[in-house]
Design a protein around this ligand. Sequence first.
Ligand SMILES: [Zn+2]
Length: 173
Amino acid sequence: MHFSLDFSRGIGYKKNYEMPVSCMRSASDMKSRKRAGPCTAVASRQRQILDRLAAEYSRYLRDLLQHRELMKGSVYHIQTRCGNPTCHCAKPQGARHSATVLSWSEDGKTRIRSLPAADRARVRRLTESYRHLRQSRAALAKLHRQILQGIDRLEQALRLPPPPASGQAKSRT
Ligand SMILES: [Zn+2]
């Protein structure tokens, strides 16, 4: 199985790994001790899944650790008026100026700052790093949930019923 770091293709597993019914143990099964041992097939499958999830997790994390600096926000172009009342842009039909800006949110507000031409490429790169880090974080959060789910399934598959009650204890109930 190939795990791509291409974020556009979606993250992690789409399939849901359900435990085969034969290994499901209900409370009454546990009580009657129908199943004496762990479900080794399910346990082995869950170990494989966890191995792969861990490898994918470490790839995302390593990728994220490459960043040395970043900047929150997005860079885009806007059409704007400069504020000079004698400028062509002040006329109702006058062409506006195009500007490249950085926009980011801070304390729930959207902030905007125009970027000098000399800064644009650098700021764009920095905001791409920011986006990449946030996407990696989301992917890691999802993988983490899948890992916990895998651990829970492994636990269920490995779990043995408690030992039977002794004859003496049984007679008292
Ligand atoms: Zn103007």
